[in-house]
Design a protein around this ligand. Structure first.
Ligand code: DAT
Length: 172
């Protein structure tokens, strides 16, 4: 059976992991968190002194995922999207959260002031949305509000319906 690949992107804290895991458990698709994958496989290429974090080795991440992406049925979660092959994804969702709400979520994570400000700016200047529309066909990129639990539920329902329809259309 053919299954679609879905990309969930957006600023850290907007709710990609929450949505991705719930969606996977309801749809049977596989959830892949690129941050976790990189940590487990040490897919890094150096260290960023300014941000105090390892630098992702994008080529190795792509190599690592290529086989399962070709098989289909994968939900990918990452706060970046310009290095994935365009052909991988059938639909792209950019989650969006209001600044005040995002600030509180990141504060709870214990981010320092610089990291907090950088991420809030990233959301204000819609960096991930711009990156998504520059990397994929605009008609497959959708923004989803992710401020409250009701919106999470709406997003799950909406994407589940989309998956169902896609499966029907591609498995005659
Ligand atoms: P991300 O994976 O984008 O970094 P997350 O899934 O870890 O984000 O979510 C960050 C926090 O926000 C977490 O405590 C769950 C909460 N959250 C996510 N989506 C939400 C929503 N729609 N309404 C309320 N809280 C939400």
């Amino acid at each position: 059976m053919k299954l679609p690949n879905i990309l969930l992107t957006g600023t850290p804290g907007v709710g990609k992991t929450t949505l991705g895991k719930e969606l996977a458990s309801r749809s049977g698709l596989k959830y892949v968190n690129v941050g976790d994958l990189a940590r487990e496989g040490q897919l890094y290429d150096g260290y960023d002194e300014e941000y105090g974090c390892p630098i992702l080795d994008e080529d190795r991440v792509v190599d690592e995922l290529e086989h399962q992406m070709q098989e289909g049925g994968v939900i990918v979660d990452y706060h970046g999207c310009d290095f994935f092959p365009e052909r991988w994804f059938h639909i792209v969702f950019v989650l969006r959260t209001d600044n005040g709400i995002l600030y509180k979520r990141l504060e709870t994570r214990g981010y320092n002031e610089k990291k907090l400000q950088d991420n809030i700016q990233c959301e204000i200047f819609q960096v991930l949305y711009e990156e998504a529309i520059a990397s994929y066909k605009e008609e497959i990129v959708h923004q989803l509000p992710s401020n409250e639990p009701e919106q999470l539920e709406d997003n799950i329902n909406q994407i589940s319906k989309w998956i169902e329809q896609w499966v029907k259309d591609h498995n005659p």
